[in-house]
Design a protein around this ligand. Sequence first.
Ligand SMILES: C[S@@+](CC[C@H](N)C(=O)[O-])C[C@H]1O[C@@H](n2cnc3c(N)ncnc32)[C@H](O)[C@@H]1O
Length: 299
Amino acid sequence: MRVVCAQGIGLEPMPDVYAHNEKLLAYTTGPSKCFFKCLIDQDFAFKQLPRYLQTHSKEDLLNRTKSPYAFAHNMEGKTYYEVISADPDRLEMFNQTLVQMDEAMPVLGMFPFSSLQSQVGAEPDRPFIVDVGGGYVRILMFIQQEAPAGFGAEMILQDRPDVIDAIAQDSIPNVTKIAHDFFTPQPVKNAHLYLLRRILHDFYEPDCIKIVKNIASSMGPTSRLLIGDFVVPEKTHIGDDFMIYWMDFSMMMLTGKEKTAKQFEMILDAAGLELVQIHPYAFGSQSIVEAKLKSNGDK
Ligand SMILES: C[S@@+](CC[C@H](N)C(=O)[O-])C[C@H]1O[C@@H](n2cnc3c(N)ncnc32)[C@H](O)[C@@H]1O
């Protein structure tokens, strides 16, 4: 208790007597509670890492069904998402944690969504945006601040069936929800935008190429793929935003990693796409990587 009280979380009104204060109460309910539990859950996998490395090969670390997280929970053979889905409390904890982290991770202020108004207005039968693996996070609601009601075109949220089922019907206005596995071809054709936010960091390059290829197969000449992730500096510098490195290490528990600009370009190239531009946020390392089909038609 002294450790947290010294940070202003909880009080010690007299020696050895502890009391709640506003900051401590924030960790006992809602998304903050889930976030805290999620960190403890992740920490459990960190602690098993020496045992994992003694008993596994480097190739195992690239195998989605042999993640350090699944190993720590005695559930090898299942992917990270299969492990969390096996326990409704853990799934809820994860989903709420994403909502909580969202406060700290911007959606707007990188790609200029409002700039698509005339393109979408000219072809409103094409969906405006498909948020692939969008989860609980209300990204499409934020985007509507710049693109009200998707400029009249459809906005689609895709995720795994159990996640889609758990999202309240009217939680995000103007949005169609569809269950879709991003390891299978994208069923929504020729949308103006496809968004993969905080998805590719869950995976190493071979799986990222599969996911991006599945989207590329449905893109038209003016479709854009937006990848919302950290872009890791090519080299570490003193004073770097350490959140990316913590997140990178955390993603290793799931068999994933944060990527550099060069690594994103390699993934895009292998999936038949090319980089248009990287849109960084004003501070930190959060960015949107914008890509389109290769102009020369190479796959
Ligand atoms: C790290 S979360 C990111 C959620 C959201 N895009 C965001 O920015 O917060 C990854 C999401 O991908 C979903 N997901 C995992 N595997 C998937 C699959 N094979 N097909 C579709 N969605 C999947 C998860 O359910 C989860 O909602």
